[in-house]
Design a protein around this ligand. Structure first.
Ligand SMILES: [Zn+2]
Length: 162
């Protein structure tokens, strides 16, 4: 896997976070007879940068465009009402992009999964991203603030599909 400077920095950041949280917990364990570590929960917010490291175009790239489109033209209910087939095509392209074998979770996704595995308390990942790279990297209980590109619902009957 090609590792860029930015993903190395992200990995280092996660490792530092891990170390510092561990130190705080062991300090609490020394000063308190109760096992506090189970009560120490962590919430992590991720955004476009973590997906960009895997080669996905960020939500708003240079010039504020998302894959050449104004966000208002592809990510609003009004845009969908105006031109549903264009919106379907846009999100089908995003889905196809994710199915590309070269688009994989990067070391930052893997580090966050490891944190979820090893941390004695809860680790909740909240993401602004609509891709499933956290899940591909093994993460569980990921909260997608802006929805998930592989999940959709019918505006007529509300049926959800994956
Ligand atoms: Zn329906």
């Amino acid at each position: 896997m090609q590792t860029t400077q930015e993903s190395v920095d992200t990995k280092l950041f996660v490792e530092k976070l891990f170390e510092s949280a561990k130190q705080k917990t062991s300090h609490k364990l020394r000063t308190n007879t109760r096992d506090c570590s189970r009560n120490l929960n962590i919430v992590i917010l991720t955004g476009a940068g973590i997906s960009a490291e895997s080669g996905l175009q960020t939500f708003r790239g240079a010039g504020g465009l998302w894959c050449g489109h104004r966000v208002e033209d592809v990510a609003t209910p009004e845009a969908f009402t105006r031109n549903p087939s264009m919106i379907h095509q846009f999100y089908n392209e995003r889905r196809n992009g994710l199915l590309d074998d070269n688009i994989k979770p990067n070391p930052a996704h893997e580090a966050l999964f490891r944190l979820q595995q090893d941390w004695p308390g809860g680790v909740t990942i909240v993401t602004q991203n609509i891709d499933n790279l956290h899940e591909q990297g093994g993460a569980e209980n990921v909260i997608h603030m802006h929805g998930e590109v592989f999940k959709s619902f019918c505006i007529h009957c509300g049926k959800k599909t994956e």
